[in-house]
Design a protein around this ligand. Structure first.
Ligand SMILES: Nc1ncnc2c1ncn2[C@@H]1O[C@H](COP(=O)(O)OP(=O)(O)O)[C@@H](O)[C@H]1O
Ligand code: SF4
Ligand SMILES: [Mg+2]
Length: 332
């Protein structure tokens, strides 16, 4: 199958060009096939949101620079396109749902105007057509009483309903890829479950691919086909989700999964691993995980492990990946 999204060696610096720049992403690789869901896992600060923003073209231009790599979407490297060409891809063929719907929505426009604007700009709809399409989209994401609520403002909706409005906007142009960055983190458990069901249902109905960023292994297990585990701005491991849970190939994944053999413990945050994630401005030499790794040996402190194939469809950046996989028992 031809990949829909192929990120290769993506390397992004933040901060001043001369002196003091911080390498926030260092060689990120990921692939998403059409219709597939990839979960991005990793502790806070590991570069998940920056990866998503790079794909969406939302990196702050004055503060960040792509130093290396490519972001191929449907065969075209987005990093080589003009701003005008990019607008036809980012926001329409690729769209994004953020954690905080309230700050992503415009407080002084009605929700139908905001959803409708997409149809006006990208599809050339008239005001009336756009309004009707917006109501249709509100119905699709199950906002009760959509026609009556179309002229309400974001603050008049609950947190869960605002997240549905965000989804309506993200889905309006029928994207090939939806990026959802912790879309339910701010919601309570019942509403979270409803939003996840809606995501799964819309993905199924539209056949779109998805990148879901989450802290919750239950969410990853429920929605994802594959996972990419990131550590300190680098890829640690990628695997089909069931294999990742059953037989992790990186000690950091072992730590994330904790001591529970069946990791599908829905609703639980990633267990904490002893020690702190490194300050990416001062990554430890060799493997950045070595100060926290129970498997570390001399080579780990000296040489950065390559991110290599360890089994079919599986890669790991660990000198001892084979032994870690053979160990099999999570948390042993
Ligand atoms: N605008 C910015 N300026 C400087 N550093 C940033 C900026 N945005 C993110 N970073 C840094 O990039 C790293 C990765 O951040 P992020 O991708 O948001 O992590 P997460 O995995 O929690 O989503 C963090 O160390 C963060 O401090
Ligand atoms: S390379 Fe060494 S320190 Fe890094 S994760 Fe593997 S065993 Fe641990
Ligand atoms: Mg984030």
């Amino acid at each position: 199958m031809k990949p829909l999204l192929e990120v290769r060696d993506l390397t992004v610096d933040f901060g001043p060009r001369r002196g003091g720049a911080v390498r926030v992403l260092d060689g990120v690789d990921l692939t998403i096939n059409p219709g597939e869901t990839l979960a991005l896992l990793g502790e806070s600060g590991s570069g998940k949101s920056v990866t998503a923003k790079a794909v969406m073209g939302l990196l702050p231009k004055d503060q960040s620079r792509v130093m290396k790599g490519s972001i191929r979407f449907d065969g075209t490297d987005l990093l080589t396109l003009s701003p005008k060409q990019l607008r036809t891809v980012q926001g329409s063929r690729i769209s994004m749902v953020f954690q905080d719907a309230l700050s992503a929505l415009n407080p002084v426009q009605t929700v139908a105007t905001q959803i409708g604007e997409l149809y006006r700009v990208h599809r050339g709809f008239s005001r009336k057509e756009a309004h009707e399409a917006a109501i249709e989209m509100m119905r699709a994401v199950r906002i009760p009483d959509a026609a009556r609520r179309a002229d309400d403002y974001p603050f008049q909706f609950s947190g869960g309903m605002r997240q549905r409005i965000m989804m309506a906007m993200a889905l309006a142009l029928d994207p090939d890829l939806l990026i959802a960055d912790e879309p339910t983190t701010a919601l309570d458990a019942t509403v979270q479950a409803q939003i996840l069901d809606l995501l799964a249902e819309q993905q199924e109905a539209r056949g779109m691919a998805m990148m879901i960023i989450t802290h919750d292994l239950g969410v990853a297990g429920q929605l994802a086909d594959r996972a990419l585990v990131m550590y300190a701005g680098r890829p640690a491991e990628t695997a089909p989700i069931d294999e990742l849970f059953d037989r992790p190939a990186h000690p950091y994944t072992v730590g994330l999964l904790g001591s529970i053999p069946d990791a599908r413990h829905a609703g639980k945050d990633l267990p904490t691993i002893p020690g702190l994630p490194p300050d990416i401005a001062h990554r430890p030499a060799g493997c950045s995980f070595h100060p926290r790794c129970p498997f570390a040996t001399d080579i780990c402190r000296e040489q950065t492990p390559a991110y290599e194939l360890v089994a079919a469809e599986r890669r790991s950046a660990c000198h001892h990946a084979k032994e870690v996989m053979a160990d099999a028992v999570v948390g042993a």
